[in-house]
Design a protein around this ligand. Structure first.
Ligand SMILES: *Cc1c(COP(=O)(O)O)cnc(C)c1O
Length: 233
């Protein structure tokens, strides 16, 4: 194992835990109500080894090829693997085989592909639906105006379980914009949850620069890379 990742995590992980604890305290929530997804994308397998050794078992990758490489190295069930990056339909099958949770289902078409595969295999694939709540054209995700209808449609697809919703905030946005980006996702989620258990309780929002705000807005999963492992090259 590369000792530098271990050394780094021994400093950064307690800091992240403290920041999560402060944010949950401030919003009257339990520390355990937020899951830390360690985003190992663009870091070598040594980062994964160090994360596992530090007790981090939820790992995030944004490319199927890299996910595959790391799953091959460590075994699928050695961690809970989260696919968090935009996924082309033709890679839906592979992603469904590798990831335990596909967080980045950003179109009905992609959900349909995953459903087809799940039915062939006789399995249930757990997903989050990604919504573009910032309105930025560069961000993928379901359109916020039609998100409720789209997600209700996706939730009916056989072989898929929608565990909740995911969003990404604009990079470098001010607090006001961040709050509104996360709040829109929560409102869409609340609307869906009034329909019963059609979607699960998860809200995946918050990254290195904005996870405290996301927690105050109800996040149940924060996806943190840079603050844990350093800058990506
Ligand atoms: C890269 C990435 C993250 C982690 O970002 P950091 O700013 O490094 O914490 C989180 N979510 C998604 C979807 C990402 O692509």
């Amino acid at each position: 194992m590369n000792p530098s990742y271990e050394r780094r995590l021994s400093k950064t992980l307690p800091q992240i835990h403290d920041r999560i604890a402060e944010a949950t305290d401030a919003s009257g929530r339990e520390f355990e109500s937020v899951r830390l997804i360690a985003v190992t994308k663009a870091h070598p397998v040594d980062a994964v080894s160090a994360a596992l050794a530090a007790g981090l078992t939820d790992l995030g990758e944004n490319r199927v090829e890299e996910l595959e490489e790391k799953v091959r190295e460590f075994g699928r069930d050695f961690a809970t693997w989260h696919m968090i990056g935009h996924l082309q339909s033709r890679k839906a099958r592979r992603a469904s085989q590798l990831a335990h949770l596909i967080q980045s289902v950003d179109s009905v078409k992609l959900a349909n592909r995953i459903s087809k595969f799940a039915q062939e295999e006789g399995i249930t694939v757990r997903i989050l639906t990604q919504v573009n709540t910032s309105g930025e054209h560069s961000k993928s995700g379901l359109d916020m105006a039609s998100a409720v209808d789209d997600i209700l449609c996706v939730a009916e697809f056989p072989g898929i379980r929608v565990e909740g919703l995911m969003t990404m905030a604009p990079f470098g946005a001010d607090d006001k914009k961040l709050i509104s980006t996360f709040r829109v996702l929560r409102k869409i989620h609340e609307k869906l949850r009034t329909q019963g258990d059609v979607v699960g309780p998860e809200l995946s929002m918050g990254m290195t620069n904005d996870f405290e705000i996301a927690i105050r807005e109800g996040s149940t999963m924060v996806r943190v890379g840079t603050a844990l492992f350093g800058a990506r090259t």
